[in-house]
Design a protein around this ligand. Structure first.
Ligand code: ZN
Length: 332
């Protein structure tokens, strides 16, 4: 057979635009900004408390005075927002610390709005950190009640707004909570307070370290009767649609990494401002592997956050916020 002279030289060379950093950065489709970050913080009673969470190196339980110190730093780093979780002095069956006007979160919000007024303060709205049984709502005969719990969540959200919270974020996954919160806020003159709903929140093993930090592990049973089954993503779209209809301003997918497909679908389908929660387990895995010298922690952190944004997140709740902000400063 006659030999045909085939050119092995490709016409299209995608590598041309990868040859140096200026080129790469010019054609980069997604990049991180500090404005993407929301930094989660854990408020505890007392004074001068700064207690590191064992399974989350670099993350602390902080008393109100220390939250203020921390937030001054957070703001100086250029991070626009924090989300507060509260651990009360005492827990009870009905989680009354959650809607106590002198509760830890309410006190922290007041202090922050006074001392760091231009930092956006979001509050997590749930009962699990406040109930003695560690469930997200009221429990009767081993059933986690929906409607009765929603009433308490609405009270909690209102008390956060009254303390000065800029945004409330219900994380319980009960049905109808966004509507209940929206209507009580509107009734009481907080019609301009937005709601970020944990819209598609999965029953996940990745929350382990958070439960150490928030001291909120359930005393019996689990959260599978209200949080989503990890196998479902069509259902996530229904959850998100429901929250949007009930008045959610921002919708969230949680956790982030194992659910990037869900995040992508939610962002594509609804085009809403979409948040993703880069949860404690995702954080702890990176920290642990980096400590062992198995990965380059900083590089993996940035790649992880970038991936979450590329998948569709406009906002990322992350324990890496401060480190990532410092990294962005260093590499700018
Ligand atoms: Zn909860």
């Amino acid at each position: 057979m006659e030999r045909v002279d085939v050119s092995t030289s490709p016409i299209v060379r995608l590598r041309r635009l990868r040859m140096n950093e200026p080129l790469r950065s010019m054609v980069r489709e997604t990049s991180l900004s500090k404005d993407d970050f929301i930094y989660p913080l854990f408020v505890v009673p007392g004074e001068k408390v700064r207690k590191e969470v064992g399974s989350m190196p670099g993350v602390y339980q902080l008393s109100v005075d220390q939250i203020v110190v921390e937030c001054v730093e957070v703001r100086a780093l250029g991070i626009p927002a924090v989300i507060l979780f509260g651990i009360p002095e005492e827990k009870d069956e009905t989680g009354s610390g959650a809607y106590d006007e002198l509760g830890v979160v309410q006190l922290a919000v007041r202090a922050l709005k006074k001392e760091v007024p231009d930092l956006l303060v979001i509050t997590d709205v749930c009962l699990c950190e406040y109930t003695s049984h560690g469930h997200c709502g009221l429990v009767r005969d081993n059933e986690i009640l929906n409607d009765e719990s929603v009433e308490l969540l609405a009270r909690e959200a209102l008390s956060h707004a009254q303390a000065g919270a800029d945004m409330v974020a219900p994380s319980d996954m009960f049905d109808g909570r966004v509507r209940a919160i929206r209507s009580i806020l509107d009734e009481r003159g907080f019609h301009n307070t937005p709601i970020m709903s944990y819209a598609a929140k999965y029953a996940s093993g990745f929350y382990g370290p958070f439960r150490d930090a928030a001291e909120s592990a359930p005393a019996f049973g689990d959260r599978r009767s209200h949080q989503m089954d990890p196998g479902n993503s069509d259902e996530a779209l229904r959850e998100v649609a429901q929250d949007i209809q009930e008045g959610a301003d921002i919708v969230m997918v949680k956790p982030a990494l194992p659910y990037l497909d869900v995040l992508y679908r939610v962002r594509e389908r609804f085009g809403m401002p979409t948040a993703a929660y880069n949860v404690s387990g995702e954080y702890a895995m990176v920290k642990a592997a980096a400590r062992l010298g198995w990965i380059d922690g900083e590089r993996v952190m940035m790649e992880m956050l970038l991936g979450i944004k590329r998948a569709g997140a406009d906002l990322i709740l992350t324990y890496f916020a401060k480190e990532a902000a410092r990294y962005l400063d260093k590499t700018r």
